[in-house]
Design a protein around this ligand. Structure first.
Ligand SMILES: NC(=O)c1ccc[n+]([C@@H]2O[C@H](COP(=O)([O-])OP(=O)(O)OC[C@H]3O[C@@H](n4cnc5c(N)ncnc54)[C@H](OP(=O)(O)O)[C@@H]3O)[C@@H](O)[C@H]2O)c1
Length: 272
């Protein structure tokens, strides 16, 4: 299964809101013909028809891929619409948080090739990271195709077990919110040191964005980058002495933060 199969046999999208739309924009930019995309969505966005994507029309008989991008609470209503594509010929890729692979197998039938993916919100600007896991029916070629399709919204990592999705949810899924809060906290600290509000926010955003970009761009580890800017008895060392406190510092706080989010993900799965 390759991108050419998707062009030829078509792609069905169940739900095309924020996440589905971000993915579709990436694929159209990579020359997926709009006519091969078929969106099922009760209120399709206007740009879809403007770009030549088919919305709520006749579906292909044998699409290569069906992407599930509805909210988990809509899943029970929405998923049966993909029933004709169950059983193995169509590769089903779901980005829905919290819906396990077993649910897709149950609704779409045994033998259905299902890949579960967990993206995050920077996907909206092509800077997301998505973790994927495929069921036993998926092939290496399916995983490679999902990998390349999801690269339209950023980086992709492959999981060894479906359970790891809970940890991924606690790290990269919820992680953008932690970083947004870190920006706010840094800006508030800048204001407390007497800087004007706008400048405080500009300094905080640029510092987080710039440090993140530098950490990704260089071969140095984040630890080495930190050591590089920490001179003995200097200002950075004074700040890090607080931030890196073994008991009350960021390390144990981040550990508790991620554990709480991953734990909640496990709880929600239990109540699904
Ligand atoms: N946004 C993220 O950053 C993010 C991150 C990780 C995972 N996800 C997952 O991505 C999925 C989609 O999230 P989203 O943020 O893109 O939500 P969204 O913007 O609300 O998009 C969902 C779309 O599905 C449509 N829909 C509702 N009922 C439907 C049905 N019965 N059949 C077909 N389409 C239907 C909705 O239409 P209406 O608006 O008319 O209801 C909407 O256009 C979720 O499962 C979420 O867990 C999102």
């Amino acid at each position: 299964m390759t991108f050419d199969d998707v062009k030829r046999r078509g792609l069905v999208m169940l739900g095309c809101g924020k996440m589905g739309g971000a993915m579709l924009e990436g694929w159209l930019a990579r020359d997926l013909p709009p006519a091969s995309v078929h969106v099922i969505d009760p209120h399709p966005a206007a740009w879809l028809t403007d770009r030549g994507v088919q919305t709520n029309g006749r579906l292909p008989d044998d699409p290569a891929v069906a992407l599930v991008a509805v909210k988990p609470q809509m899943m029970a209503d929405a998923l049966p619409q993909l029933a004709p594509f169950g059983g193995g010929r169509t590769l089903v890729i779901s980005v829905a948080a919290g819906t396990p692979i077993s649910y897709f197998e149950q609704v779409l039938g045994p033998g259905t090739r299902v890949i579960r993916a967990m993206p995050n919100t920077p996907a909206a600007i092509g800077k997301g990271i998505t973790a994927i896991f495929g069921n036993a029916a998926t092939t290496d070629a399916d995983m490679a195709l999902a990998d390349s399709l999801l690269q339209a919204i950023g980086q992709v990592v492959r999981l060894q077990t479906e359970d790891q999705i809970d940890a991924v949810t606690g790290v990269s899924g919820s992680g953008p919110a932690y970083v947004f809060y870190m920006i706010d906290a840094l800006a508030a600290a800048a204001q407390a040191e007497g800087l004007p509000d706008d400048m405080a926010m500009q300094l905080a955003k640029a510092t987080v964005a710039g440090a993140g970009a530098l950490a990704e761009a260089t071969d140095d580890t984040p630890e080495q980058l930190r050591i590089n800017v920490t001179s003995p008895n200097g200002t950075t060392q004074a700040g890090l002495a607080v931030l890196m406190d073994a008991d009350g510092g960021l390390g144990p706080l981040m550990r508790r933060t991620v554990a709480a989010a991953a734990g909640r993900s496990r709880e929600l799965k239990g109540s699904a």
